[in-house]
Design a protein around this ligand. Structure first.
Ligand code: ZN
Ligand code: ZN
Length: 211
């Protein structure tokens, strides 16, 4: 199976709607951030708006990530909702028309999901800058098949944590010997880097010397 929706049963009149469930393997580009993905399932609705097909979907998959603290691999279930418009590309008359007018209307109603743009760019963020623009223009489709791969993987990648952590309580690795804290008690003394504590320590040591 692939992430393609057969819309041959979709009535081409305003309000025509079909539900779908599709599944498929992760495309290669989905792992560009270093994570590995299991198969993805997508379900949702395709709605004929008059000039486009609006797809509202929910994708679920599991990503295998590496914990940023202890460096263990762990599996994270990822859920993402997306909405994407598709425009029928006229067969025979070249590529889809860019639609100079009017796609700005009807935007409020979809409860658009891609709102995680706060926080600004982060070094090493696997999300590419292009996804700021892609969900604005309808994607072309032809025949009776709509390919969901683009919006599905974009939305899933947006749900990945910037700093993956296997568990909120993950104690990480000992900075001295590299042992995993919580599994072993290595007994290393970890020097604190907090300057306030350092000056307190100096004070105590001075007192011990009896000045
Ligand atoms: Zn961890
Ligand atoms: Zn240690």
């Amino acid at each position: 199976m692939t992430l393609e929706v057969d819309v041959s049963g979709l009535e081409r009149e305003v309000g025509g709607e079909i539900g779908f469930k599709v599944a498929g393997p992760a495309p290669e580009e989905a792992g560009s951030g270093g994570q590995r993905w299991g198969p993805v399932k997508v379900e949702g609705r395709a709605i004929w708006t008059g000039s486009t097909v609006l797809v509202l979907g929910r994708a679920s998959a599991t990503a295998e990530l590496t914990c940023s603290r202890c460096l263990d691999d762990y599996t994270l279930p990822v859920l993402a909702e997306f909405s994407q418009e598709y425009r029928l590309a006229d067969s025979g008359s070249g590529p889809a028309q860019p639609d100079p007018q009017g796609t700005g209307r009807d935007r409020r109603d979809t409860g658009r999901t891609a709102t995680r743009r706060s926080g600004g760019p982060t070094p090493g963020d696997p999300a590419s800058p292009e996804d700021a623009a892609t969900d604005e223009e309808p994607l072309p489709f032809s025949g009776d098949t709509i390919d969901l791969a683009g919006p599905v993987w974009e939305s899933l990648l947006l749900e990945l944590p910037m700093k993956p952590v296997c568990d909120e309580r993950c104690p990480g690795l000992c900075p001295v010997c590299g042992a995993k804290h919580g599994e072993t008690t290595c007994g290393c003394r970890v020097e604190t880097a907090d300057p306030r504590l350092m000056s307190l320590k100096t004070l105590l040591e001075t007192k011990e010397r009896g000045d």
